[in-house]
Each structure stands twice: as structure tokens, then as C-alpha cells.
Design a protein around this ligand. Structure first.
Ligand code: GAR
Length: 188
């Protein structure tokens, strides 16, 4: 199964996919796309010999032009599934309608969607949060849920400490979901 992975930051989820693939998982990261220069995620990809493309919103006249360009760049790599793994841009219909896209989110959706899922859960005072893997639709973090993992909030958690524990669960979830998809098991 061919994956194009979209990243904006550190790319630890991407690394988990690269490692799983190298260890024999039934998927291959065929390209990595970033929305900015200099991401650690892009560096991880290059280190693994995976081609990287960058589509920066400010380089385009409109958000629709950026989406069209991103869709073209993704399509060049003929992915079976696109994985949004810490990609911090909302994708438009030009991209969403063209591919099967899985997103990973650091909260138990439908609670705490958006860019600050960990911070918002902590601020709300929940004692359990987690991560969600879902198909991307036209909304923000609204598409059909594929899998979730619970993570307990500790009394002395900061946003950073909680996010790190969530990301441990998230990486395992993502690898398991993609393995199951590649093996053609049925998901909701
Ligand atoms: C992950 O926790 C992912 O769920 C989150 O960014 C982190 C990326 O980590 N995404 C969002 O918050 C999207 N709303 P990584 O770059 O180390 O894989």
C-alpha cells in the first residue's frame, strides 16, 4: 500500500511509519509533503531516502491554488492512502475529494477538535484523553472515526508531557490502522 504522508513539524508519526515499513509492515511511504521549509519531518524522510515536496501557502495567490498544487504534487506519487500526520493546514475540496486521507488527532474526537486538542483537553480538566485516527472529510476533524486510544491525564501533566504520552499511543495506533487497511480488513 502506497502512502503519501503530510507533515508540518517533528514527524515522529512519520518516523513510526518509516520504521514499521522498514521492519516489514505492508505499506511504503512513497513521498512526504510539507507545508513549510525546514521541518524535521522532511529531514526524516530525506534520511530514509523518501522524496519530499513542499507546498507553502504564501507562495500561491489563493488557498484554492495552494490546494490544487498540493493535489497535483500528491497525485504524482499515486498514493493508495494519504496520511495527514501532524499536518497543520485544513485541506480543501481540491485535495479531500481526490484522495482517501487519514488524519491523526491528539484527542478523543468529537471532543477537542482543531489545532490545540491537547491544550483544550487539559484546560477542560478531563481525566482521560487520547488520540483518534479518522478519515478526512470537508470539516475540521469531523470525518468517520477509524480507531481511538485512551490516555490518562496525570495530575502534574503539562501540555508537553501529555502530548508526548499521547504521541506514543498515536504512533502505535497509526501503524496498526494502516497495517489493517493494507491487509484489507474492514473498518467502519
Ligand atoms: C500529533 O500529535 C498529531 O496528532 C498532531 O500533531 C502531532 C504531530 O506530531 N496533529 C494535530 O494537532 C492536528 N490537529 P509529529 O509531527 O511528531 O508526528
Amino acid at each position: 500500500m502506497r502512502l503519501v504522508v503530510l507533515v508540518s513539524g517533528s514527524g515522529s508519526n512519520l518516523q513510526a511509519l518509516l520504521d514499521a515499513s522498514a521492519a516489514g509492515a505492508p505499506f511504503t511511504v512513497v513521498a512526504v509533503g510539507a507545508d513549510r521549509d525546514g521541518t524535521l519531518g522532511a529531514e526524516r524522510a530525506r534520511g530514509a531516502g523518501v522524496p519530499v515536496f513542499v507546498a507553502r501557502v504564501p507562495d500561491f495567490d489563493s488557498r484554492a491554488d495552494w490546494n490544487r498544487s498540493l493535489a497535483r504534487l500528491v497525485a504524482e506519487h499515486r498514493p493508495d492512502v494519504v496520511v495527514s500526520a501532524g499536518f497543520m493546514k485544513v485541506l480543501g475540496p481540491e485535495v479531500v475529494d481526490a484522495f482517501r486521507i487519514l488524519n491523526t488527532h491528539p484527542a478523543l474526537l468529537p471532543s477537542f477538535p482543531g489545532a490545540h486538542g491537547v491544550r483544550d483537553a487539559l484546560a477542560h480538566g478531563v481525566t482521560v484523553t487520547g488520540c483518534t485516527c479518522h478519515w478526512v472529510d470537508a470539516g475540521v476533524d469531523t470525518g468517520p472515526i477509524v480507531d481511538q486510544r485512551a490516555v490518562r491525564v496525570l495530575a502534574d501533566d503539562t501540555e508537553a508531557s501529555l502530548h508526548e504520552r499521547i504521541k506514543v499511543a498515536e504512533r502505535a495506533m497509526l501503524v496498526e490502522v494502516l497495517t489493517a487497511l493494507a491487509e484489507d480488513r474492514s473498518w467502519r
